[in-house]
Design a binder for this molecule. Sequence first.
Ligand code: FES
Length: 221
Amino acid sequence: MVSSKESGKISRREGIRLLITAALVSIPSSAFGNTRPPKPCKKVGEVVIHKGKKFTCVKVNKKLVWDKGVPVKEALPTKSAAPAPSQSPSPNPSATSNSTASARPTATISSSPQAPVKVLFAKSQDVARESTVVINGKDQYGRPLSVAFTRSKTSLIALDASCTHAGCIVRPEGKELSCPCHYSIFDPESGKPGNPSQQGAYPLSRLEVLEESGSIYLLLN
Ligand code: FES
């Protein structure tokens, strides 16, 4: 049994608590500096971040309200990895490139041989048909040059008349070219030595010859 006195005490205590609850509920959010989330919380434990604070939904006197919130440290932006410079190969300068600023001319090495020099050396009438003659003249530099010309039925052949043994000038002798110094002999068309075992001479050098308008030219390098 509860006495009416005790019943009165409980009623007063509950009344006070109800008044406090009513006061809390009636306090507008603006009274808290309007920092609480504007939306109502609907479930105990619900969390929301608002204005730098984390608010948790709690139950106060059977009513769901946001707690006072705790400051939340702002996550610092993570540094994104700087993109590595691409290693794509720079375009090589080519003949079709439009770049003119950095293009350096590259030395080109010509592999083409030096163009021969055309030297007027004799007249066509100086070399009779099917004969061999040695004519003394000058090369493209003005130096003395002796040439053995042999005109066959179909062609004109020119050989350097300097003996490949020691440089003496060969001379026609019968159907051969003969060296007066040590008696080496050479074929007037091929230049090959006829008696290589005698002096160990090499073939006479063949020269490029051109015949035009009654003149004989040598093409010398
Ligand atoms: S120089 Fe001609 S054979 Fe000796």
